[in-house]
Write a protein that binds this ligand. Structure first.
Ligand code: ARG
Length: 416
């Protein structure tokens, strides 16, 4: 069967130079087929950039070779694992980022770091167009394209799956016809995106929200119903960032990796939710983020211990806005930058140790200690050594309650 040639008119890029097009390459079917698809539609070379954000799985050199075998004129691997952990996952940790109270922004965090590397490649090759393999229904197309134009307004984006009608069926046909070195099985119905902060699984039978996830969809977590013996771990933070686990110094990347293993073994961090996408669709999403959930739990508790009360009460407002912005692809926006400054300031005293018990799908805080906490034993204690002047509470309550007391008197007078 002949594959229809994508229409040139469908290309949003109007600058017909002879520079290559930079493609965000994952090694999967869609982006592998996209290489030839774009070349045919534009007559230009394609340079592939695969960004390592700790997704694990396939060897990246194999992926690079595949890009070349599929027709890329050049292919690069960018090792962004430490950068991703330090500059993207840690800010999310400081922001206690949980979209709609449940999703720790796994994919949303990786897009901006990928964008940075795509833009760097575009500059290196003098390219004016950057392509990605997202569909036209999700958040990721927004994150890539808004991200790219937020840091490189001179660039144009090309989305072959959306703009050049590269459907999955056509991709499979194309790959088979051109004998591309890529598995074209129709059996894996899931769309999976993973990085060191977690893993997202969508589509397939999960599209029926009543269907229970089957055991085989998980890769970062073991079954929490059959856990090994409980695991106790102490995480040391400095200014909101984990710096040691059980006394051993770790980098942010190592902290996430170690907690992925240990919390993953206990089945912690499985999330099954209906989520609101930016494009207006409600979608069923399954995630697993064992390390992220353990670290977020510990970090949030350390903030309870160290933040001043009004900071602690106010910060969630900023956290929610920050999280929505990042979810919505506004990582490089001015408001996000301003909120970063607020969040960074709050982390100044967020230092100390949190002890967790990991067991059977649950992470439980069992202890906290910090030289910078605002916990004062002598104020808190009900025992000997109490230094809190309880008589001061009387006048305090009188004044705190005055306004509602006046209102209550009026209600009585008006029989309301
Ligand atoms: N719904 C999530 C998000 O928007 C996950 C997207 C995962 N992407 C994928 N290709 N499976 O962040």
């Amino acid at each position: 069967m002949t594959i229809p040639t994508p229409a040139l008119s469908a290309i949003s890029d109007s600058t017909h130079d002879d520079k290559p097009i930079i493609l965000a390459y994952s090694g999967g079917l869609d982006t592998s087929v996209a290489i030839g698809w774009i070349k045919k539609a534009t007559g230009r070379d394609v340079v592939c950039v695969a960004v390592d954000v700790g997704q694990g799985g396939e060897d990246l050199e194999v992926i690079r070779q595949r890009a070349l075998a599929c027709g890329a004129s050049a292919a690069y691997i960018a090792d962004a694992r430490d950068e991703f952990a330090e500059d993207y996952c840690m800010p999310a940790l400081h922001a206690n980022a949980m979209y709609q109270g449940a999703y720790p922004l796994v994919s949303a965090l990786s897009r901006p770091v990928i964008v940075r590397h795509l833009v760097a490649a575009a500059r290196e090759f003098g390219a004016s167009t950057v392509a990605h393999g997202c569909t036209g229904k999700g958040n990721d197309q927004v994150r890539f394209e808004v991200g790219i134009t937020s840091i490189a307004p001179e660039l144009t984006c090309l989305s072959p799956v959306r703009d050049l009608a590269l459907t999955r069926e056509r991709a499979i046909e194309y790959a088979e016809e051109h004998k591309l070195p890529i598995e074209t099985t129709k059996n894996n119905p899931f769309s999976i995106d993973q990085n060191v902060w977690g893993r997202a699984i969508e589509t397939g039978f999960l599209e029926d929200p009543w269907n229970e996830p089957t055991k085989d969809i998980y890769a970062y977590t073991d079954d929490p119903s059959f856990p090994p013996v409980a695991d106790e771990v102490t995480i040391t933070f400095e200014r909101g960032t984990p710096v040691a686990i059980d006394g051993e110094a770790v980098s942010p990347l190592q902290a996430i990796q170690i907690m992925n293993r240990r919390a993953g073994a206990q089945g912690i961090g499985r999330i099954d939710i209906i989520e609101d996408r930016l494009v207006g669709i409600k979608s069923r999403e399954v995630y697993e983020a064992p390390g992220a959930i353990a670290l977020l739990t510990a970090h949030r508790e350390l903030e309870r211990f160290t933040l001043e009360r009004e900071q602690a009460r106010f910060k969630p407002t900023i956290e929610n806005r920050w999280t929505d912005l990042v979810y919505d692809g506004q990582w490089f926006s001015p408001l996000k930058t301003s909120l970063d400054a607020f969040i960074a300031d709050t982390q100044f005293y967020v230092s100390g140790d949190i002890r967790l018990t990991l067991h059977g799908g649950r992470v439980t805080v069992t202890g906290r200690r910090s030289h910078t906490s605002l916990y004062d034993f002598n104020l808190a204690t009900y025992d000997e050594g109490d230094s809190f002047d309880q008589s001061a509470s009387r006048g305090f309550i009188e004044i705190v309650g005055l306004s509602t007391k006046l209102a209550a008197r009026r209600d009585t007078a008006y029989d309301r």
